[in-house]
Design a protein around this ligand. Structure first.
Ligand code: HAM
Length: 481
């Protein structure tokens, strides 16, 4: 009995906020990644890796239950199938999360591994995909790539400045001219809130609101918000602050913070005046690492920088100096890097008190910024392009496999004809893909010779394999094997 065939239409759409990468996209990503890896290694950072998923509880410690709405969580298949089934291991019954960032997983890893006994300051870096349930937009994805660094076991402004300089070196190395570094010391805000008896939970809420208002203000200044004005942004911010039942004097100061951004010499005196009477906040300002970091950033040639007292950062673990780097040509998704000091997170996870600071770049945005700055032009050519191997007869195909092996050992990029095409068509194909040479195995091979054809000049010669290799090396300055 013949089975009736049914053609079922499959939905081929990708999940929202994810992307496929063409070879050209991959080449750009790998090019940027290669430059970054090399630079970080030359600055003494060593690469580590953590799993792509973690237990959700890890993120609950700092971010709370609300964080569930911002990430992708799942449970083990057996748990989903079995519900209360007693065969299910306690692990399978727990909620997992696709990592939304690296800092918390890296701190977990630090506590559990040899990292915590390695000599300090310890400098590490990582590269990999992360997942967030963000609203997709150009430059904002649900799966994207981050690379970042963390420096453990060192307090103070020199480490803060060094981390910012490493981030700036990456940008400079990639030829990105259009960038601004914004820096703040979250201690000032936290101490101001303590001066006004605001508890830690409300502090985190205020920091979240400030982060949003700050981001909107910057986007407005860059002409990126059509439906907002500074008044609408500040009114919303102030209304939200009123909802928290804060005293009027504090609301006025927080409101003014939105406008305290600019040159260091302008901003700090203004901040001091505004904070008058708030003893802890004034003390935090006068002893801030911002003061020490300023000449170090100047010495490192980071001229495009501002102090921004409302820069609050969206994540909850920061304790001191924080920073962001924008590349304004990217529009709304202009933030290419964010980071700062988080001196208590390791202790909160159950480890020893360990000061720490670091940053992460969005690799995708960095690629876009490098491209927008014209810095990726030289790397858009084909990666395959030395020599194309062709056999005139089926019996000689086996020889092309041997020759391919030899050419790979010699360091050439080589591709072997896998079609049944005639020589004309095969050579047209090789020329189209940008191959410099074609090596043809025909009747000359009986005497140990091949035909080497230069596809750029159309000239060909009969040579031994050794002679052909020498000729190609000369022409290509091929890398050593
Ligand atoms: P973050 O600011 O949340 O910081 O993310 C770092 C960077 O990831 C951002 O500056 C941005 O370039 C990129 N990014 C964030 N969300 C998206 C998205 N939806 N699509 C594309 N790119 C995105 C952190 O993740 C901290 N762990 C950084 C850190 C390390 N702090 C201390 N150490």
């Amino acid at each position: 009995m013949s089975e009736e065939k049914t053609t079922k239409k499959i939905d081929l759409s990708r999940p929202t906020g994810t992307r496929d990468f063409l070879p050209d996209d991959m080449r750009k990503h790998r090019h940027v990644e290669k430059i970054v890896r090399k630079l970080l290694e030359s600055l003494g950072f060593e690469e580590i890796m953590t799993p792509m998923f973690e237990f959700f509880d890890l993120f609950l410690v700092r971010s709370g239950e609300k964080f569930r709405e911002d990430v992708f969580t799942f449970t083990a298949p057996k748990y989903q199938a079995g519900g209360e089934n007693k065969d299910i291991s306690p692990e399978d019954a727990r909620t997992f999360v696709l990592r939304p960032e690296f800092t918390a997983p890296v701190c977990r890893f630090y506590i559990q591994s040899d990292l915590n006994t390695m000599p300090k300051p310890l400098k590490i870096f990582y590269v990999g995909p992360v997942f967030r349930y963000d609203k997709p937009a150009p430059g904002r994805y649900r799966e994207f790539f981050q690379f970042g660094v963390e420096m453990f076991g060192i307090q103070g402004a020199i480490a803060d400045a060094e981390v910012m300089c490493v981030a700036a070196s990456i940008i400079k190395k990639l030829g990105i001219k259009d960038y601004v570094l914004r820096v703040n010391d979250l201690n000032i805000l936290r101490e101001l809130l303590l001066d006004n008896d605001v508890n830690e939970e409300i502090q985190d809420k205020i920091i979240g609101m400030m982060d949003k208002a700050n981001g909107d203000m910057i986007k407005f200044r860059l002409g990126l918000l059509d439906d907002e004005t500074p008044e609408s942004i500040e009114n919303r911010f102030v209304d939200d602050l009123h909802d928290l039942d804060l005293v009027e004097g504090l609301i006025t100061i927080l409101h003014q913070f939105l406008y305290l951004n600019g040159n260091y010499t302008d901003i700090l005196p203004k901040a001091k005046e505004l904070l008058e009477g708030n003893k802890r906040a004034v003390q935090a300002l006068e002893s801030s690492n911002l003061l020490e970091v300023e000449p170090l950033l100047e010495a490192a040639g980071i001229t495009s920088r501002v102090i921004d007292l409302s820069l609050a950062r969206g994540l909850d673990y920061y304790t001191g100096l924080v920073f962001e780097i924008d590349s304004p040509s990217l529009g709304k998704q202009k933030q290419i890097c964010g980071g700062g000091r988080y001196d208590h997170l390791i202790h909160e996870f159950g480890g020893d008190e360990t000061p720490a600071t670091g940053f992460a770049f969005g690799l995708d945005r960095l690629v876009l910024a490098a491209e927008a700055n014209g810095a990726l032009v030289q790397d858009t050519g084909m990666a395959r392009a030395d020599v194309y191997l062709y056999a005139f007869t089926p019996e000689l195909v086996v020889e092309t496999f041997k020759v391919q092996e030899r050419l790979v050992d010699e360091g050439f990029h080589v591709e072997l004809n896998v079609t049944e095409w005639g020589v004309k068509r095969a050579l047209q194909f090789a020329s189209k893909l940008g191959f410099h040479f074609a090596m043809l195995l025909g009747k000359e091979f009986r005497d140990g010779n091949i035909v080497l054809k230069d596809l750029k000049t159309e000239q060909q010669q009969i040579l031994t394999l050794d002679e052909a290799i020498d000729a190609m090396k000369q022409a290509l300055t091929a890398p050593p094997p």
